[in-house]
Structure formats: structure tokens, C-alpha cells
Design a protein around this ligand. Structure first.
Ligand code: SF4
Length: 234
């Protein structure tokens, strides 16, 4: 676990994903291969439920819900059960992340239905870039402009954007895209497996400038895999 996710534990009552991001294969999907003798659906990263884990929520300050998959592929009835189970950790902060923010609408609706403390739940999405062109070569998830628009419109007070792995972008457009979402924090990281997967990456100067602008706009920025991390103004 990197510093960026310090104090965060993953809770996986649902696992797997069909968005097929190229950078997932050497990371999450490779980790899933360790489950060969326990669960072939985990091994193959097929979206599926682990109902036995529903009440086994880690005792952590922050809990990443279904971090080894995407709840866009989870049935609404089961999302209901996952949301209902969070009452077992009333003092924890829950991170709900999807590359399809429309799926997070169900989560927000259910959290309100159960009268959950809104400040304990944060919605997250990944935006690796602002560029839609050729994005289909990277992932089957909704393209960045659609994803950012849906996330901006998500009716929830607490949001975080993860720019990880960062891909080349257009500075002003990407900055505006993120600021329009009004996230309380942005997490930025370069490709952690450059030997296994090649991505079109921005120069360090360009990424540095984006991070500086985000901070100047009052957004908390957390980083990992940045060789010049110590140079970023606090
Ligand atoms: S959306 Fe997440 S879990 Fe799904 S393939 Fe991409 S990186 Fe993997």
C-alpha cells in the first residue's frame, strides 16, 4: 500500500470488472491470479459477489469498498446490501469508486435511503486524462469527458478524483474538468508498471504544473510514483 492510501483497507464483498483497462492486467488482475485455489471467478477477474464478506468489514480509519473491481458490474440489489452493511463501521470513512459514475448514483440514493451520515462516505472516480481520442485502446470504461460530466453531476457533497495512472493531457482543459467537479482532493500517480504496460505519459513539468494549479485552487493533492515529489509546494 502506498503512502497515498495510508490508513486505507480494502473491503471486497464484490470483485471483478469487465472494463479491461490495459494497466489493470499487471496490477489488480495479476494479484487476482493468487486466488487460483480459492475462487476461479477471482482468478479470472469476473464480476461476482462474495456474500460471506458482507459483514467482515476491516477495522480501519478508511475503507475502500470493492477496490478490486468496479461496482458498475454489481447488481443494484446487492449494492443495497453492501450499503446497508456499512452501519457496522459507523466511525469509518468509506471510499466508493467507479469508472462509471452513473453506478455511484445508486450508492448515493441508497446511502440517503438508509439515512447514513453523508460525511462518512466519499465518491471517487479515476480520470487519467481529459482526452477521449484513442481512449478505447486503454479501457472499455466511459470516455473521460462522459465520465467527468457524470461525476460532476453526481449529487454528493464529498468527492475525490484519482489521476492514476496519469496519461498525457491538455493542461487547461484537464484543469477545468477537475475544478468543475469540485473535488476535496486529487490523487496523482504515474504508471507503476512501466516495464509491463506503456502509456502516453505527460512530461514531469506538465504534471508538476497541473498539481501546482490544483493546489493553488485549494485542492488537497496526494501523490505517488513521482520522482520529483519532494519539489511539490505544500
Ligand atoms: S476499471 Fe479498475 S478494476 Fe476495472 S479493469 Fe480498470 S483498473 Fe481494473
Amino acid at each position: 500500500m502506498s503512502k497515498m492510501y495510508e490508513g486505507v483497507k480494502t473491503w471486497n464483498p464484490f470483485k471483478g470488472c469487465w472494463f479491461d483497462c490495459t494497466y489493470c492486467k499487471p496490477t489488480f488482475q495479476r494479484q487476482a491470479k493468487r486466488q487460483k485455489h480459492n475462487c476461479m471467478l477471482c482468478y479470472n477477474f469476473v464480476p461476482h459477489l462474495h456474500r460471506d464478506r458482507l459483514t467482515k468489514i476491516p477495522n480501519a480509519e478508511t475503507i475502500f469498498v470493492c477496490g478490486n473491481g468496479d461496482i458498475a458490474f454489481c447488481e443494484t440489489n446487492y449494492i443495497d446490501e453492501i450499503v446497508a452493511s456499512t452501519y457496522l463501521r459507523k466511525k469509518s470513512i468509506f471510499y466508493w469508486q467507479s469508472k462509471s459514475p452513473k453506478a455511484l448514483r445508486d450508492v448515493c440514493g441508497l446511502l440517503r435511503h438508509y439515512n447514513t451520515e453523508e460525511s462518512n462516505h466519499i465518491m471517487l472516480t479515476t480520470l487519467e486524462t481529459n482526452r477521449d481520442k484513442d481512449y478505447h485502446l486503454i479501457s472499455k470504461a466511459p470516455v473521460p469527458t462522459d465520465r467527468s460530466y457524470d461525476f460532476m453531476r453526481l449529487p454528493w457533497p464529498r468527492k475525490i478524483v484519482t489521476i492514476e495512472p496519469i496519461m498525457d493531457f491538455d493542461h487547461d482543459e484537464f484543469l477545468k474538468m477537475i475544478l468543475d467537479i469540485k473535488p476535496e482532493a486529487v490523487y496523482v500517480g504515474y504508471n507503476s508498471m512501466p516495464g509491463a504496460v506503456k502509456l502516453p505519459e505527460p512530461s514531469h513539468d506538465k504534471a508538476f504544473s497541473l498539481i501546482t494549479c490544483l493546489k493553488e485552487n485549494g485542492i488537497k493533492v496526494k501523490t505517488k510514483y513521482l520522482p520529483w515529489e519532494e519539489m511539490i509546494p505544500v
